[in-house]
Design a protein around this ligand. Sequence first.
Ligand code: NAG
Ligand code: NAG
Ligand code: NAG
Ligand code: NAG
Ligand code: NAG
Ligand code: NAG
Length: 424
Amino acid sequence: MELSARLCGLWALLLGFAGGGGAAPTETQPPVTNLSVSVKNLCTVIWTWNPPERASPNCSLWYFSHFGNKQDKKIASETHRSKEVPLNEEICLQVRSQCSTNESDDRSSWVKKCILPPEGDPESAVTKLQCVWHNLSYMKCTWLPGRNTSPDTNYTLYYWYSSLEKILQCENICREGQHISCSFTLDKGKDSSLNQHSVQVMVKDNAGKIRPSFNIVRLISHVQPDPPQIKSLFIQHGDLYVLGKNPQNFLSRCLSYQVEVNNTQTGTSYVLNVDEPKCDNSESKGNLEGTICFLVHGVLPDTLNTVRMRVKTNKICYEDDKLWSDWSAVMNIGKKTNSTLYITMLLIIPVIVASAIIVLLLYLKRLKIIIFPPIPDPGKIFKEMFGDQNDDTLHWKKYDIYEKQAKEETDSIVLIENLKKTSQ
Ligand SMILES: *[C@@H]1O[C@H](CO)[C@@H](O)[C@H](O)[C@H]1NC(C)=O
Ligand SMILES: *[C@@H]1O[C@H](CO)[C@@H](O)[C@H](O)[C@H]1NC(C)=O
Ligand SMILES: *[C@@H]1O[C@H](CO)[C@@H](O)[C@H](O)[C@H]1NC(C)=O
Ligand SMILES: *[C@@H]1O[C@H](CO)[C@@H](O)[C@H](O)[C@H]1NC(C)=O
Ligand SMILES: *[C@@H]1O[C@H](CO)[C@@H](O)[C@H](O)[C@H]1NC(C)=O
Ligand SMILES: *[C@@H]1O[C@H](CO)[C@@H](O)[C@H](O)[C@H]1NC(C)=O
């Protein structure tokens, strides 16, 4: 204690010397006491301290603090300071007391307190821990396993944000190839001030073998909207009008748009980037609210055009403008002289015709007989003559017999009649 007090004195002397001999010698303040640090939630770090002992009674105390490399300097009268910090690295706060809000007035020596990263092998911690807020309705976080990890590690993700009373665990852990992901509901609808806040995220394993990883996701960035919808298309004077609908939860002024028009016949692709969707056309102007309109010039109306679009957040409402939504469903306009369709039709029609013929052949035995007339077989005739009865010949034989019988009967009737005549 004594030594440090002496050092402080020396420090003040040096400062006074460096000051170049001002009118009043700068009075050195005693340093703050009991600087301590603690963590709340997942990564809200709170530093607190007590006022210096034996402070000059004429001094109205101010505290000047900053992090690590003189970042986030702050002069305030409170005896605490907090910050949301991903605890993956050491973070230190330095505080001193002074009697004015002027940075260079008389001041105390610095007091420093650090918070260390969690224990464990840094190589075991998960990497690339990132989260995206989809549609302002759910958060999806993904990460890669650390290098020194066994492949059967069971991960857990914990999250916290301002309107939650306690830390929650994410339930739906999925593996997607190399990546592991987890999604949880985070609905903007419930809390309109949510945009100003962040979500604190921590990933560790159930067994406590890997070092926990942290991330702080600012909710004003990492927002991915749902795709927009194309409602209708029409061509007028060579201009294509694309009418669409914004994704839910997003206003037009907060989005940038991309409209893609592919001409299937010429094989050309045209991409239109739009910040303000509007058409100077009476037909589209009078449309329902919430309809967005785009105008694409020089579209060939007598060929098939394939249209789709997508959106991303812009810098007016959000912090980043990199995350495109998925593409909307495709909509077509123009004459459908689709060559592939033509070829498929060319292939399909003969197949249909051929199968129809086969069906006809199968069902109409007569047709079969006409097309393939039975060839007379001399062997068969011989067999018949020698009384060899097989199924085919039986019918004919029976017929012969029946015919013969009929003839005999008629003969006998005639004979009887003749007999009757003669007897009369
Ligand atoms: C520092 O903390 C100790 C114990 O908590 C307390 O006795 C002491 O009064 C504190 N110092 C100041 C200047 O408040
Ligand atoms: C504090 O201010 C009063 C009056 O302004 C003065 O008389 C006194 O000497 C000052 N004390 C110190 C320690 O500067
Ligand atoms: C702070 O102090 C410096 C010199 O000590 C002086 O030049 C400057 O004007 C002061 N600033 C304020 C805001 O009082
Ligand atoms: C987008 O969010 C809204 C409400 O916030 C919800 O009704 C809708 O189902 C969400 N869309 C998808 C694809 O989840
Ligand atoms: C992960 O969980 C599975 C099933 O619960 C278990 O068989 C496996 O041993 C666990 N892995 C580790 C590293 O604990
Ligand atoms: C339009 O053409 C581009 C470039 O050839 C291609 O990348 C894109 O997939 C096409 N779009 C559709 C909907 O097929």
